[in-house]
Design a binder for this molecule. Structure first.
Ligand code: UD1
Length: 389
């Protein structure tokens, strides 16, 4: 492919965030850029994919992420509309700011949209959290992951298996670096200041005494379209969560997608359970406090699977597959799908024996962003030399 223009070697690194998990990944990267002996210049672009105060502003504050330099305010829409809007609004920024590269994280629509725009303008793409695969092409994130990795120039991975996935897809391994997990950088940087679970529950208007159960409490997050967009899947899942709540109290931090679908399908009565505390989307410090104090976590989120592994808290993932295989192999994660008896027996096993202990995966040590910054400086230096020749 012939590239349109060669970027100047040292324009800023244009860092893209769009949705909640992106903010958690980007915060330590920007701090590491600023901490270099010659700070790496960065421009922070928020696509506006997530825009609610609960889904965005609060996370920025908790994570000490600087205010975005640019907000594209794309908001919600179908996949095509959202992706296209990000692309349309992102393109002029590249002409205006001439970045040396575009750095994207994770697998949301904003990740792919900005990568596509950049690569077609001849601007290198750096992908943090490359190579994860669920092998489920029905997942929108899997499409975003595969395509972003195909067009990225530098790929930073969280686990060694990602290299096999990338090699199988024909990605040149000289572009791939195993650096660890930036999500865990954020976790370790904030663990000490996480908000205690009881405070979070009280703040939401519930009695904190509910959490004094001898079995402790569970934490629930649920938002994957495959779980929450059809009444046939959401209804039985909420019913089984009601059965889990008979065993131990549950704190359910509810994503707006799930909230809207519960209302649309008339499923609110399934939440009327004295031991199921339904909270709005929580800030980062609140989620960290809830997860750290939990006996178990039930989720379909990718990030939560990793965070529970780092915290050593048993996690039951309500999906048939995961792209974070290492959390199952080495960590505390168990795939339970949507099957009622599998979920209940896994919960019972944890209540009886404490569940999987797991161990923290290699390089999930809180220093991944430092490694990325150091590597990027070298790569940019080599690129600058190539451009001069
Ligand atoms: C997106 C990501 C998903 C990630 C999740 C984290 C894609 C394809 N999906 O899913 O990988 O795990 O973020 O939360 O990029 N909404 C609000 N306020 C907001 C944002 C969304 O009310 O600030 C509601 C809207 O009704 C919207 C719906 O949530 O239509 C879904 O938002 P969207 O960004 O399309 O996808 P998520 O389900 O959040």
């Amino acid at each position: 492919m012939k590239r349109e223009v060669l970027p100047p070697a040292f324009g800023p690194v244009m860092c893209v965030v769009g949705a909640r998990p992106n903010f958690i990944k980007m915060a330590p990267i920007l701090r590491a850029f600023a901490a270099q002996s010659t700070p790496i210049p960065a421009l922070l672009v928020h696509t506006g994919q997530h825009y609610d105060a609960d889904m965005s502003d609060r996370l920025f504050a908790d994570l000490r992420l600087p205010h975005p330099d640019i907000n594209l305010e794309v908001g919600s829409g179908t996949h095509a509309v959202q992706t296209a809007e990000v692309m349309r609004r992102f393109e002029p920024l590249l002409d205006q700011h001439q970045p040396c590269c575009v750095l994207v994280v994770g697998d949301v629509n904003s990740t792919l949209a900005c990568s596509l725009v950049a690569v077609k303008k001849g601007i290198p793409v750096v992908h943090v959290e490359a190579g994860l695969r669920s092998f489920d092409r029905a997942m929108p994130e899997e499409i975003n992951r595969v395509l972003t990795d195909q067009i990225a120039d530098v790929l930073y991975t969280t686990e060694r298996m990602a290299h096999d996935n990338l090699a199988r897809e024909g990605v040149e391994l000289s572009r791939v670096r195993f650096v660890g997990n930036v999500m865990i950088d954020s976790l370790l940087a904030s663990r000490e200041i996480a908000r205690p679970a009881k405070q979070t529950v009280e703040q939401a208007g519930f009695s904190p005494a509910v959490l004094d159960d001898p079995r402790g409490f569970g934490v629930v997050t649920l938002h994957r379209p495959s779980n929450v967009d059809q009444v046939e899947t959401l209804d039985p899942l909420l019913a089984v969560l009601g059965e889990v709540a008979e065993r131990l109290p549950l704190v359910f931090a509810m994503h707006p997608r799930t909230r809207a679908n519960i209302a649309r399908f008339g499923l609110d009565p399934l939440l009327e359970h004295g031991r199921m505390l339904v909270l709005p989307p929580q800030g980062y410090l609140e989620m960290l406090g809830l997860m750290s104090g939990a006996t178990l976590v039930l989720t379909d989120s990718g990030g939560v699977q990793e965070e529970t592994t780092a915290l050593g808290v048993p996690c039951l993932t309500m999906r048939e597959n995961t792209e974070r295989h290492i959390t199952v192999e080495h960590g505390t994660n168990t795939l339970v799908g949507r099957d009622r008896s599998a979920i209940l027996s896994a919960v019972d096993a944890i209540l009886a024996s404490g569940g999987k202990r797991g161990r923290v995966p290699e390089l999930w040590d809180g220093r991944t962003s430092e490694r990325i910054a150091a590597d990027l400086v070298q790569w940019l230096g080599r690129r600058q030399a190539e451009v001069k020749v």
